[in-house]
Design a protein around this ligand. Structure first.
Ligand code: SF4
Ligand code: SF4
Length: 658
């Protein structure tokens, strides 16, 4: 064995040892977390991971074409240059070469490598330009980020230099390597070509091996961790929060790194720091203290700080929640600023789960410390006493339905249960939306009934605000009543109720077929049971977070509205929709500084329409409030059921809808 090969083996072995030592350390850290089963559907998970990473769909989602392109090129650059790296290392050691592929494939591989080097240079220029000239506010220009761009630059320069001198020394003219050949022609007359060949070889290899060791010690750990993170992503409904066994759990919620799961840790080290969650968070956009990226980072920093202490048996760990704002802890103020809109999860390219962590920490505050904003404390008391957050008498819950002569399930069995929800049952403004929907159902001959006063709040607000006990109490009460009357199909007015009953009641044994009322309207329209005339009014539709992002219902409301209005799209719509600011009980709470609903209101005003269609009572409340604050009460906020009812064609002779 010559000295060159020996040196290569030693350097390669040291790099591998350092790499795996770090991986082993991380593995030990991960073992301090709680377990969670994410090994189900392994085949499906694996195929999705392959598709998502190879196609780089994660980078292209949400029209992020600029960073998406650079990321795509870097990823495929690594894939295509990897065979070269293998050959450079294993060639001298065991004589490995890709020539066994046969001439056409071998030449195609080297052509692809030359082509990708050109694309990497373009992507590098774009990345430098974006980071240091455009400088988006949501990405940090850390030393780590600069170093990685410098390393990639060195890698493409040295691989091209190495190949150029290799060709020049061999005296060949391989047309299938046009870039390398171009540089080879430039260096054919350079003296000491062998020296330069070794120079580029070692510089290239040294950079690659440094990169290998550096990755797991740096923020670029995501280059490795994002693969398993995509594999282990949440495959359940997005709107489903984790179940808590209240009888068996000694501690509810999270305030210590050990209360989180290994998947939460994986989220932390998979974060690419792209800032898309920050860029799309309505709380951050309105200058609240919450930044979803920091939630993920706090988990990572807390793990790196506390795990070694825990493994050494020390108890002086730093809690995850603290009034002191630093990189190891999150403040209660940050936690309560979240509207649970789900936009951070929607936009994260590596499928991180911000919201469960936020709610878990709220659970700790509420269930263990009894700590929450005053408005929430009042709402919880009212929910306990009366089953609605304002404290209206529970015996009045069924009044609206009764006034419309709607039977209760106790009086008469029906095909559908119309779940009124708190706003539907008590809110004076939302009343007209419910009445309109009831009229449509009646005229279409749909068999439906309510639970009357036996209905209570669905529990969404309590759960997302951290009061798991109250949620389960309310949910069980509803489930018991629904089961008692043999309810199978449920229509909800509110997307929050829809999400909770559909996705979370099954955790407590409540399995029903659940429809949002817009799905029923779509069905009636498609079946020809209702026909709409177009008012031609210019309108926009505001996607509620819990209907759109949480449950993927984007088309039903649009299909209906297109039949009776001149429907335009807001800049931020569908998956990009901007929250109204009212989720998880925020509609009851004081909002300091810039208001989220007014920000959404301004986006609507810019569109120049007079009609805004909503499909959620909380959105209606928040957007009407926004229009008042912006002195634009000429823009009317209407529920879809109200718009439909106004534009429905009725055969008056038969007194039925034609
Ligand atoms: S759920 Fe919405 S408000 Fe909460 S952190 Fe995510 S983006 Fe921000
Ligand atoms: S959590 Fe996801 S979206 Fe947010 S910065 Fe990290 S990778 Fe980007």
């Amino acid at each position: 064995m010559d000295i060159f090969t020996l040196a290569l083996i030693i350097v390669f072995a040291i790099a591998l040892i350092l790499f795996f030592l770090r991986i082993y350390t991380l593995y030990k850290y991960f073992r301090i977390g709680r377990n969670i089963n994410r090994f189900d559907q392994a085949g499906k998970r694996f195929l999705f991971m392959l598709y998502d990473t190879l196609s780089q769909a994660c980078s292209r989602r949400h029209k992020n074409y600029y960073p998406g392109f650079t990321h795509f090129i870097f990823f495929w650059g690594f894939i295509l240059l990897f065979p070269s790296i293998m050959e450079l290392i294993l060639g001298p050691i065991i004589g490995f070469s890709w020539e066994f592929l046969g001439t056409p494939l071998y030449q195609a591989l080297f052509f692809a490598q030359d082509a990708i080097v050109v694309l990497i240079v373009i992507a590098l220029a774009m990345a430098f330009y974006r980071r240091y000239v455009i400088r988006p506010y949501y990405i940090e220009n850390s030393f780590d980020a600069l170093l990685i761009l410098i390393l990639v630059t060195i890698i493409v320069i040295t691989i091209t230099g190495y190949k150029a001198f290799q060709i020049a020394i061999a005296g060949t003219y391989p047309a299938y390597m046009p870039l390398s050949l171009f540089f080879a022609n430039l260096v054919r007359n350079v003296p000491d070509k062998t020296f330069w060949l070794y120079f580029f070889y070692w510089f290239h290899l040294g950079t690659i091996l440094f990169f290998l060791v550096y990755i797991p010690y740096s923020k670029h750990m995501h280059l490795i961790a994002s693969f398993p993170n995509i594999f282990f992503k949440n495959n359940g409904p997005r709107g489903e929060l984790s179940y808590v066994d209240l009888e068996k759990s000694e501690k509810i919620g999270v305030n210590d790194i050990r209360d989180l799961t290994w998947k939460d840790y994986l989220d932390g080290i998979s974060c690419t720091e792209c800032g898309r969650c920050t860029q799309n968070c309505p709380a951050y956009q309105t200058e609240k203290p919450l930044n979803p990226k920091n939630v993920i980072h706090t988990v990572k920093y807390s793990l790196f700080h506390n795990a070694p202490l825990i493994l050494e048996g020390k108890n002086d760990t730093v809690p995850l929640i603290s009034e002191k704002q630093d990189h190891l802890s999150i403040t209660p103020e940050e936690l309560w600023a979240c509207t649970t809109c789900g936009s951070c999860i929607e936009h994260c390219p590596v499928y991180n789960e911000h919201l469960q962590k936020i709610v878990d920490m709220r659970r700790y505050l509420v269930m263990n410390e009894g700590s929450m904003p005053n408005e929430l404390a009042d709402a919880f008391k009212n929910l306990e006493r009366t089953g609605n957050p304002w404290g209206f008498p529970s015996v009045k819950r069924g009044s609206l339905a009764k006034s419309k002569n709607i039977k209760t399930f106790k009086e008469q069995k029906a095909e559908y249960l119309l779940f009124m929800g708190c706003m539907g049952a008590y809110d004076s403004r939302y009343r007209s939306a419910v009445e309109a929907f009831i009229e449509i159902l009646n005229k279409c001959g749909i068999s439906f009934a309510t639970l009357g006063n036996e209905e209570t709040c669905c529990g969404d607000m309590a759960r997302r605000s951290g009061n798991e006990y109250l949620f389960q109490t309310l949910a069980k009460k509803n489930i018991d009543a629904m089961k008692k009357y043999g309810v199978e199909k449920i229509i909800t007015m509110c997307p929050h109720g829809y999400n909770t009953i559909k996705n979370e009641y099954p955790q407590l044994g409540g399995n029903f077929k659940v429809y949002h009322y817009t799905e029923i309207l779509q069905m009636l329209l498609r079946d020809g049971k209702i026909r709409l005339k177009s008012s031609g009014e210019r309108a926009v539709y505001h996607d509620p977070c819990y209907l759109g992002r949480y449950n993927g219902i984007y088309d039903a409301p649009r299909e209906i509205l297109e039949k009776c209005t001149y429907l335009l799209e807001l800049e931020k719509s569908r998956t990009e929709s901007f929250c109204c600011g009212g989720g998880s009980g925020r509609f009851l709470m004081e909002e300091k500084g810039k208001r989220i609903n007014e920000e959404r209101g301004r986006q609507i005003v810019e569109k120049g329409v007079n009609l805004v269609a909503v499909a959620c009572p909380i959105c209606m409340l928040m957007l009407e409030d926004a229009m008042k604050s912006l002195h634009r009460e000429d823009i009317s906020i209407k529920d879809i059921s109200e718009i439909i009812f106004k534009n429905i064609e009725i055969n008056t002779q038969k007194d039925e809808i034609i």
